[in-house]
Design a protein around this ligand. Structure first.
Ligand code: MG
Length: 363
């Protein structure tokens, strides 16, 4: 192992601890104040092709810097909640929920974002109140913006279309009729938690329904559920977006998201994160040892993986893909290696051009 990489591994343990302590600060205002007024040296915003708005007849075109989640064909970014292939039906450029198949969620995880979703409730009007055209857009798999046929369909107001479910009715009912395509444009800011898991900044959401402002930067008070307003429970900074199966065949098309703050795609790619979740993370757990490598221990707490070197404190690591993991706090990467049977067998630690390993997973 090179001396430099040895230093990096020690730094991984200490610096991530310091970073986590400072992570609660709001850097936005600080950044704004670092420039003089009309400062010509201020970096120019990236140029974005804005695409085009949808019409009831045809889906819109996403902005050029959006992450496309569903373009009418490709469902590679969607999974069932346990990570297995999604069971919703894809046909005619549309993704349709299937009764009893469960929610679907994105593989990629997101925190603060701008989200665009187009949806349509069934042409055949059946059921009433919450039983008519019910689905939902779940931010961070936890906070629901309700999808419902709310055209001539009375229900409790904090459960109608574009409500923050169980918390805020929309300011107005801007619903189109059954089978007509509708749009949500959502701006979401995630909650922030301290190291003890206490919420220090609530989530906030703004929603435009068919272009009409219906939720104006409302403060989400906790996870959205039926008949209950539970307190916040801590979760990662990035989580999947999910769509609800509530037993009605609701259709979706043209789903895209922009991570906030907006950054060029090349820069974003460096910290793109996927959500694997508990069962899919278990195969990495264990001790790794190789010639000239310190003992690497990988542990799991629910949906989070941790790595530790030579008995130093365990620090969180995050997934770029099913083989690449990274630290958010220092520039090291973990490349897990799989055997012919798909089992995780080793890991290589990388820091730029430096690399150590493979460290073999101990039985
Ligand atoms: Mg719902």
């Amino acid at each position: 192992m090179t001396k430099r990489l040895a230093c990096i591994l020690v730094a991984f343990s200490f610096l991530t601890g310091l970073y986590l302590q400072a992570a609660g600060e709001d850097d936005g205002a600080k950044a704004a104040r670092q420039f003089r007024i009309h400062d010509p040296a201020r970096p120019r915003p990236p140029i974005v092709d804005p695409g085009s708005a949808s019409t009831p007849q045809q889906p819109g075109k996403p902005p050029s810097d959006a992450v496309i989640l569903f373009d009418g064909r490709d469902v590679s970014n969607w999974r069932a909640m346990d990570g297995s292939p999604a069971k919703w039906v894809i046909k005619d450029g549309v993704m349709e929920s299937v009764k009893g198949s469960g929610y679907v969620r994105t593989l990629q995880a997101f925190g603060d974002c701008q989200l665009h979703v187009e949806w349509a409730t069934p042409a055949k009007v059946e059921g009433k109140s919450q039983g008519r055209g019910n689905s939902g857009v779940f931010l961070m798999n936890t906070y629901e913006v309700q999808v419902l046929d709310s055209f001539n369909n009375d229900t409790y107001p904090d459960g109608q279309a574009s409500a923050v479910y169980g918390q805020y009715p929309p300011q107005v009912n801007a619903s189109r009729g059954p089978a007509e395509w509708q749009t949500y444009d959502i701006v979401f800011h995630r909650p922030h938690f301290d190291e003890e898991g206490k919420v220090v900044r609530s989530a906030r959401v703004t929603v435009l329904h068919n272009g009409v402002l219906v939720q104006d930067n409302v403060e989400i008070v906790g996870p959205t559920t039926w008949m209950n307003r539970p307190p916040y429970r801590p979760h990662p900074d990035k989580m999947p977006l999910a769509l609800q199966d509530h037993g009605n065949p609701v259709r979706f098309r043209n789903i895209w998201v922009r991570e906030l703050p907006a950054r060029p795609a090349a820069e974003r790619a460096k910290d793109t994160e996927v959500f694997l979740g508990g069962a899919l993370l278990e195969p990495y757990v264990g001790e790794y040892q190789g010639e000239g490598t310190p003992l690497i221990t990988v542990t799991r707490d629910r949906d989070q993986l941790f790595a530790t070197f030579a008995g130093n404190p365990a620090r969180p690591i995050f997934a770029h893909s099913e083989n690449q993991f990274f630290s958010k706090y220092i520039g090291i990467e973990f490349e897990f290696q799989r055997g012919a049977n798909g089992r995780v067998e080793g890991v290589i630690i990388k820091h730029g051009e430096d690399r150590i390993g493979p460290a073999k997973k101990q039985k």
